[in-house]
Design a protein around this ligand. Structure first.
Ligand code: SF4
Length: 356
């Protein structure tokens, strides 16, 4: 048996006894269900994803249901998962699949990766797991297994390292039982070859694993070079009616928190006070500061301070200021509005009773 076959055979043998079979997306495997699970799992742990996945599937059982849903509903069901571009891309791709492909997923890699948010690994997973095709995948779990097994140096975000890992992934993808192999290598990374404290004594690949041989498992894959994150200071103008309703603004589709709802964000305290004065008639002196909070994004740290302004029930926008009513709206907070809300804003709204 060649080393190529031995790798896949060892994994498949292990998978038959120890692979996961209880995950919700492993049942009734359709391209749509696999796709949604792969997108949710891109930056998020399985245990976090499961309840989000089940709610999402209950709301949108088919790609058609997702395509015709309002964006606010899609983003609402994503609230708490983070990386909202994933949800916007899912929605856009669902529309394209329905409009251009008659509601059916394309059955080749090139057409799949042309859809928004579907990269080569996600396309490979859809093809292998739901369509009986053969294509390598290289998600975070697979990168870790291959980088350790071959002691591949360097951060996988670098092109040369990524190319090396893709070549290894392609090399080991078998021609039979491709779906099981694909699931097996993902499962091994998730349950055995874990990021910290891999359980090598139970690993089917231990006999030839380079990282284990040198007891250097957690050095692979290489870490992303760390740069200090810059801080960005922002002020949120939080207008609150006597009834408890809060004024939220739908953010532009692109950029941080695109398409989500949040109190208007200003670059300094004075602008936040002026915004409240001009738009809901609260004088700058009546505005007051709330408890600052922070949130860490991939590229920067947000340091935010709420500026509160309380207004009467019938107080609304200044007639001199034109708002698109679709983008600026009063919301009651009980229950939490059924629109997309960034997690820090959900926390802010929950503390209004203490702060405001
Ligand atoms: S032997 Fe250990 S480090 Fe190597 S692939 Fe298996 S779990 Fe990962």
């Amino acid at each position: 048996m060649t080393a190529q076959h031995a790798f896949a055979d060892a994994l498949l043998h292990w998978f038959d006894q120890h692979g996961r079979s209880h995950l919700p997306w492993q049942h009734n495997r359709t391209p749509y269900r696999v796709w949604v699970s792969e997108i949710m799992l891109q930056q998020t742990q399985v245990t976090t994803v499961i309840p989000f996945y089940e709610r999402f599937m209950a709301a949108f059982p088919t790609v058609h249901d997702l395509a015709i849903a309002p964006e606010d509903t899609v983003l609402h069901l994503w609230t708490g998962l983070g990386y909202y571009a994933r949800a916007r891309n899912l929605h856009r791709s669902a529309k394209t699949i329905c409009a251009d492909h008659d509601g059916r997923f394309p059955e080749n890699l090139d057409d799949l990766v042309s859809l928004p948010g579907i990269g080569r690994s996600t396309a490979g997973a859809i093809l292998c797991l739901a369509m009986g095709g053969r294509a390598p995948i290289l998600d975070g779990n697979v990168k870790r297994v291959l980088a350790r097994y071959y002691a591949v140096e360097g951060w996988p975000g670098q092109r040369t390292v990524s190319d090396q890992l893709w070549a290894l992934a392609e090399h080991h993808t078998p021609h039979q039982r491709v779906a099981d192999y694909t699931q097996a290598v993902m499962d091994l990374g998730a349950t055995c070859c874990k990021r910290t404290q891999p359980t090598c004594p139970t690993c089917p690949l231990q006999a030839n694993c380079s990282a284990l041989a040198t007891q250097n498992q957690t050095a692979f894959p290489g870490r992303k070079p760390q740069k200090p994150k810059p801080s960005r200071q922002r002020w949120f103008a939080v207008a609150i009616r006597s009834s408890g309703e809060v004024l939220l603004q739908k953010r532009a589709a692109n950029g941080i928190w695109g398409g989500l709802w949040a109190p208007p964000e200003l670059s300094d305290e004075r602008s936040a006070r002026e915004w409240l004065h001009h738009n809901v008639g609260v004088s700058a002196a009546e505005c007051y500061l709330g408890t600052p909070f922070h949130h860490v994004f991939t590229h920067f740290k947000l340091e935010a301070t709420p500026v509160y302004g309380r207004c009467a029930e019938n107080q609304t926008h200044s007639p001199s200021v034109k708002f698109d009513d679709n983008d600026l709206r009063w919301f009651g907070l009980d229950p939490v509005p059924s629109v997309g809300l960034p997690a820090p804003i959900v926390r802010l709204l929950k503390t209004l009773g203490n702060d405001a």
